[in-house]
Design a protein around this ligand. Structure first.
Ligand code: NAD
Ligand code: TYD
Length: 343
């Protein structure tokens, strides 16, 4: 089997590359990644010498390059992780989100049609369902929940999902889509809540919580997301959407307090800052279809996963210190300087 993993130098894609090479040692895994600010080649160091793995630097928007790669490799599976993934950046500048997340997906699917694949899998997000109110803990997102997006990021992911479903209906492209809740774990870029808070707490810096910190996310350890996608590729039904989540709902303030406790740092580091525009209140996945049809179960609960994650950030300081020493400083200044002190 030959598998193309786009965005494999990013957070979830790299974890998926490691997972596939370990679980399917006879597969050839090719990673196509443009190495944007979020991609990091050093992340793939552990597999660069593996004969079953190849890294190709390139943009999914580059039709010529994508077609050439498909022609040469004759892929069986394509798993599309490549995306602009940060909500706050999409609020600052939606343009690249629409290009990469929508048109990039189209370029990949056109190549799949032209050269033929057994499966095109689109890695989507629970954010396409919009949000749920805090006072209705009985409500969850199912695969039938209508698409209802809030941010340019989620709108771009939802647009891609619709296009993927259109390619199935119109062209019979063998597709699947997974919609996963918030991931956390090793190699998570320190602009997202959990790695941002761990890295700043370790440096005794203030921890900027948006609004009142009461928004809820449904956290899934990244390894559990990878096993779910593996199952969907091998056992999932063509044309179907699968929700992925493990019922680990936590408010942002709870998450940050847990991190501070684990690191033995004071809660006084928390600073409440101006809220995110259009901030989704609560995400909560109902994963029963994926459990029932594919036998998938998450194995890492939040209390264990957060400890593993903190341990990884403590043992791999050079990975994230390298990131936060460069352009990231300007990013932090740009995104957070006008939030300070407000609520
Ligand atoms: P990430 O930002 O860490 O990584 C994205 C990767 O894609 C980077 O390596 C980047 O270089 C690459 N990339 C970006 N634009 C590209 C382009 N035009 N061509 C080729 N490569 C490009 O993202 P992530 O958190 O690992 O998310 C991966 C996927 O999973 C995304 O599609 C995202 O929407 C989805 N997802 C993420 C989460 C989460 O909690 N992080 C949850 C559900 C779904
Ligand atoms: P994030 O990791 O950006 O993921 P998403 O917005 O895709 O769910 O944010 C998770 C939650 O944490 C979200 O409610 C916004 C909040 N948040 C903060 O309070 N402060 C921050 O500095 C960041 C980055 C996020």
């Amino acid at each position: 089997m030959k598998i193309l993993v786009t965005g494999g130098a990013g957070f979830i894609g790299s974890n998926f590359v490691f997972h596939m090479l370990k679980e399917h040692p006879t597969y050839r895994v090719v990673c196509l990644d443009a190495l944007t600010y979020a991609g990091n080649l050093s992340t793939l160091d552990p597999v660069m010498e593996n004969k079953s793995f190849e890294f190709v630097k390139g943009d999914i928007l580059d039709r010529e390059l994508v077609n050439k790669l498909f022609k040469e490799e004759n892929f069986d599976f394509v798993v599309n992780f490549a995306a602009e993934s940060h909500v706050d950046r999409s609020i600052e500048d939606p343009d690249i989100f629409l290009r990469t997340n929508i048109i990039g997906t189209q370029v990949l699917m056109d190549a799949c049609r032209k050269y033929g694949v057994k499966r095109f899998h689109q890695v989507s997000t629970d954010e396409v369902y919009g949000d749920l109110p805090l006072n209705r803990p009985d409500l969850f997102f199912t695969e039938e929940t209508p698409i209802h997006t809030s941010s340019p990021y989620s709108a771009s992911k939802a647009s891609a999902d619709l296009l993927v479903q259109a390619y199935y209906r119109t062209f019979d492209l063998p597709i699947t889509i997974s919609r996963c809740s918030n991931n956390y774990g090793p190699y998570h870029f320190p602009e997202k809540l959990i790695p941002l808070m761990i890295s700043r707490a370790l440096n005794d810096e203030s921890l900027p919580l948006y609004g009142k910190g009461e928004n809820i996310r449904d956290w899934l350890y990244v390894g559990d997301h990878c096993t779910a996608i593996d199952l969907i590729l091998h056992k999932g039904k063509v044309g179907e959407v699968y929700n992925i989540g493990g019922h680990n709902e936590k408010s942002n303030i709870e998450v940050v307090k847990t991190i501070l406790k684990e690191l033995n740092k004071p809660e006084s580091l928390v600073t409440f800052v101006k809220d995110r525009a259009g901030h989704d209140m609560r995400y909560a996945i109902d994963p029963s279809k994926t459990r029932r049809e594919l036998g998938w179960e998450p194995t890492t609960l939040f209390n264990e996963g957060i400890k593993l994650t903190i341990k990884w950030y403590l043992e791999n300081r050079s990975w994230w210190e390298n990131i936060i020493s460069g352009d990231y400083k300007d990013y932090y200044e740009k995104m957070y300087s006008n939030r300070a002190g407000e609520q």
